[in-house]
Design a protein around this ligand. Structure first.
Ligand code: PLP
Length: 321
């Protein structure tokens, strides 16, 4: 009898049917339950893959220190996987990271450094460089999109019997959308890929302008968003614009009300970026007929945001600002 260890349960997440929430004659809407990974998010896939590659390349040996800048979920994944593979783990996040994700990282005995939102990405890289530690560098690490190219893309293709017509996903490092979309488009170039961008992000503006590939161009973010793990002020190295066909903007109200609707109607407790994804996917599905098969991602668990998205007092104060 082969019984897996906990961390062998990464990937092969279920695809669930959310067609009930779209219009009667609209497309099918399916969602991949990435919150069912051991670290309760999609990021286990890439943390596992990056560690496999770094070990195979001889870049890591037992006792080494891994440093990772993260909006929280990648930190949880490295806290789980790094520790059990024999490394010390330092996670750098910002004060935007929910207290649940911070506590998750600390409970797994990783060191947590919390800095301000504008500097957490560079802080991690500088900290690793200064001390000679291994820097995950998820925003620029090519093995981040490759992890999804090798796992999530093939799973979605198989789960839908190759019938997927549209893939909808938000992005932060853009590893997931870029790697998954590349695989799906290699299977069927007609598949449309839609990036769902929160109001705080500039990617919509980069995409629909002639500065797409000019990273020296600095745009100022329009608005604050409470959605964690979604959006960026400028494109990352992992973002492959060539596999994205459309970018749509989603507001916090749209994302959060979708989270509440899914908790109420489906018993599904998901994070804000998943609400954002589902709202965007529903919008796309409602533009199509029953020939369409729209797939999106439930990126992480709502358990990570009980104090925010599922806290009426927090939301009341936030909407008053
Ligand atoms: C909750 C959540 N949703 C979505 C994403 C976006 O994934 P990616 O970094 O692959 O673009 C992240 C990444 O941090 C995340 O934590």
């Amino acid at each position: 009898m082969k019984v897996p260890r906990f961390t062998e349960l990464i990937g092969n997440t279920p695809l669930i049917d959310l067609t009930k929430i779209v219009g009667e004659n609209s497309a099918y809407l399916y969602a991949k339950c990435e919150f069912m990974n051991p670290g309760l998010s999609l990021k286990d896939r890439m943390a596992n893959y990056i560690l496999d590659i770094a070990e195979a390349q001889g870049k890591l040996k037992r006792g080494d220190v891994i440093v990772c800048s993260s909006s929280g979920n990648t930190g949880c994944s490295f806290a789980i996987l790094g520790k059990i593979r024999g490394y010390q783990v330092v996670i750098v996040t910002s004060e935007k990271c929910s207290i649940e994700k911070q506590n998750h990282i600390k409970a797994l005995n990783a060191e947590l450094i919390v800095v301000d939102y504008d500097s957490y990405m560079s802080y991690g890289t500088d900290y690793a460089k200064k001390n000679g530690y291994f820097d995950v560098d998820q925003y620029n690490n090519i093995y981040n999109p490759e992890a999804y190219y090798k796992t999530l893309g093939p799973e979605i293709w198989k789960d839908t019997n190759g019938e997927i017509t549209h893939f909808v996903m938000t992005g932060s490092t853009f590893g997931c959308i870029s790697g998954t979309a590349r695989f799906l488009k290699e299977c069927n170039p007609k598949i449309q890929v839609i990036l769902a961008d929160p109001v705080s992000s500039n990617i919509y503006n980069y995409y629909y302008s002639n500065i797409k590939n000019d990273l020296s161009f600095n745009l100022v973010s329009e608005q604050y968003s409470i959605i964690e793990g979604a959006g960026k002020s400028k494109p990352t190295k992992c973002l492959d614009f060539s596999v994205i066909d459309e970018v749509i903007k989603i507001s916090d109200e749209e994302a959060i009300s979708t989270c509440h609707q899914l908790a109420n109607d489906e018993g599904l407790l998901i994070g804000g970026s998943s609400g954002l994804n589902v709202f965007a996917a529903k919008f796309i599905a409602n533009r199509l007929n029953k020939k369409g098969v729209v797939v999106t991602i439930l990126c992480d668990s709502g358990i990570k945001y009980i104090s925010k998205i599922y806290n009426k007092e927090f939301l009341r104060k936030y909407s008053a600002t």
